[in-house]
Write a protein that binds this ligand. Sequence first.
Ligand code: PEP
Ligand code: MG
Length: 587
Amino acid sequence: MRKGIPVSPGVAVGVAYCIHEIFINPDTKRLEDHEVTAELANYETARDEAAAELRALQHKVAAQVGENEAQIFSAHELILRDSNFTNKVRGWVVDERLTAQAALHRLLEQYTVLFAKTNDEYLRERMNDLRDVVIRINAHLTQATNTDPELLNQPVILIADELLPSQVVALKGLVVKGIVTQAGSQTSHAAIIARSKGIPAVSGLRNILRQVKNGDTVVVDARGGHVLVNPDPEQRSAYLKLEREFFLLKNTLAENKDQPAVTADGIKLELLANINGAIDCSAAVAMGSAGVGLFRTEYIYLTHPDVPDEEEQYIAYRDAILATPGSTMTIRTLDIGGDKTVPYLGHTHQEANPFMGWRSIRLSFEHPEFFNTQLRAVLRAAAEGASVNTQVKLMFPMITTVEEVRKTRAMVRKAAQQLRAENKRFAEVPLGMMLEVPAAAISINDMLPLVDFVSIGSNDLVQYLMAADRDNPKVSHLCQPLAPPVLRVLATVIKACNKAGKPVTLCGEMAAQPRAFVLLFAMGLRSFSMSASFIPSMKELAAHLTEESCRTILRRALTLRTTSAVKRYMAEQLAILAPNLRMLDMD
Ligand code: PEP
Ligand code: MG
């Protein structure tokens, strides 16, 4: 049994499906003589597909961003076509019977050793280019060969280093019932994806890909963050029973989707959904959300082969708006950087501190045309809201200073002026800031007069307050939403917003964590945005709460000095308040 970080609640038992990153576990298989020709052909096909992809990227980026930015892709194509590169791979396949994937792995290792000797920044960058090219070819290679029909026919537990949005798109045919990752933590991509789909998941299990192979039986128990590989028959049947209990609970809770979100003492709450695209809206509606509190628009970019233009973005926003009638649609502008990179925005070099570097609104400011395209697309799509009675709102991530708030407003004004001058249909929308930087929390009273609403991005706020990377399992004991200093800051911010009469929502992962939910409600928060799959559970939880009882709990929680004391205390309180939701609690 291994212990990791529980990131999405529930229990699942299934067969392992390993997504091997080429860097982690090279293929050790040796080819039979008769397999060599086919393997070479597979490699050529994968290489051609990768080349075609690079050319398409190059053209689109040149047209939409600029010739300079597009050059990276022509450079990548040159590497891919380089005869030395290809000859090495072919040579190892033919002479040593390596699979093409293993040959690519060896090539990378050779170059890594060679390049490690240099201190030249430029040469080191080229090593990153080479790595990118290898990953691209490998992606095509595994798509072509990774179709074990046995595995594809049954629900699986995905085992991966980290799940990237592009990989998730490629996994479309699989039925996934659990996710285990080596990297990551509560707020990483894999976690957010798992939570949005209601799939139990555990992260931060180093080297698990070396311990599990395709077809092994794996148990994911997100209550305590445990993963079991090939459990004995007693363990297996015990976990199968828990899995059934989890399903039953989920199904029962889903039935309350048409109930209003209201506490035991009659206080109305707003439970909104976090979405990544129009495709998630049906789940949001089905789960009984009151609208969308966070549309992470970067997923449109991350899963797009190149730069989405104004029309494509307009359609993406419009479709999401039309799919959530009679509600709210809160669109967040591009939040790229940190852990999410796109090469076409010049995001190719490694930053020493990416989360504190050139990300989010900072990047949007530096690409004003690109940002303008997004603003225009949102304002145009917002005009469609009236037809379905949906109020569109726009918010900006990672706001740090008052100047930034002013600048975003000016840029929205400019986009609106352009559209007016062009006689294009658009709508003015409320403008909000995401509160995710401690500096903004401290200056909240200076910022409030400049915004129409606030959305607390607790995933980032917690990592910045605690100086603990949200994606690094080594510091996940620090990156905790229930840490006493975090609770104090949240209480202050919520109070300031309520006092100023500015609507405030919290859209980080803690909004759907029962222990945190109780405390946030007691702080005066009335609007919560979360993965749609959690809305039924939080409705159920709300029905067990009263303001008075939660305030008493909060008062006591705020006197505790350690995270573990708060966690322990809240676990106890939750067991008293809503014992039927025990299965959904995570440590
Ligand atoms: C957050 O930081 O809490 C948030 C909701 O934004 P993201 O997770 O996309 O950074
Ligand atoms: Mg954030």
